[in-house]
Design a protein around this ligand. Sequence first.
Ligand SMILES: *Cc1c(COP(=O)(O)O)cnc(C)c1O
Length: 362
Amino acid sequence: MDYRTLLRDSIKALPESKRAARQPVSSYTTPDIYRLNYNESPYGPSPKAIKALEEACKRPNIYPDWFSVELKTNFAKLHGLPDMMHVCTATGSSSLINILGEVFLNSGDEVILGDPSYEAFRDTVNVAGATPVMIPLDADMKYDLDAMLGAITSKTKMIVVCNPNNPTGTFTDSAKLEAFIKKVPESVLVVIDEAYLEFVSRPETYSMIKLINEGYEKPLLVLKTFSKAYGMAGLRIGVAAGNPDLISYLGKSGAAWNISFLGQMMAAEAIKDQEYINKIAALNAIERDKLTAELEALGCKVYESQTNFILFKAPKLENTEIYAKLAEQKILIGAPVGMNRVSIGTAEMNDKFIKVMKEILK
Ligand SMILES: *Cc1c(COP(=O)(O)O)cnc(C)c1O
């Protein structure tokens, strides 16, 4: 039988996803492989968070707190939000991105995205039967915010900026982003994905949660994740911050117990250890500078990264050839948009990566 006949119209019409997680099944990597392809933290979580996880492991029989009171309260405290009603939690920010589609998008709505950017957003828009309006990044791989504003029509429902962006690693200055947000009309939901903001080294950088604290009235949601700087990608915890009325609608979709007890207990503790996050960000910045210089010395075009990964274009070889030659040496990196994206590992991992790159490009 042709099961396609059962599908919802938007799924029948769904274009191929570019996301790694939506590709045909590939086997799981063994521990001897350097995973420099998913922007995972090579340092893992705070020791305090690990302790909380060990305690939680003793009680897997109980349901998680479906309101996530402790996690939301600690998150609100860190960001100066008035209370936990400004916060929603879900199974990673990927899950929050799905929820955005379920709660806000009708077929025919337009959603303005950067291109290239995080493909989960485009997938969500397509699943909803809405239309992604892709606005190319500029020559430096930065968001063209004016072009995005210019693309707003009466059909626009949502506009998304990942800051910093993935897969480019590039960053839009906070003041500039704030000014952009304020120019978007109130008929359009602004979504700012700050998955990598902890890694930004530029002075005068701040989260767009600042606007929510200031009582900003127009629709704005800020997404955060525990998958990157917090080193908890396997636990699947994402957070959205926004006006409490807007946040309340996110709870209308998604599973009722959408984060595990283990993840909840661990994240509630991890967020209290900002000293650890600062340490990770500092280590990452040192390695980022080193890798950038080494790749440039090899003749690569390197885009300025403010994240825990670097987008580059190698000379001589295609990105798929670079990928394959590294994979032979048990190093996995990404190969998006005709280029390569390497996650920043520990000093040891990065040295090995550079050593192999030197051999490949010799
Ligand atoms: C990695 C990443 C996320 C995080 O996804 P999770 O589902 O929380 O693991 C979100 N947004 C961007 C841009 C990312 O690169």
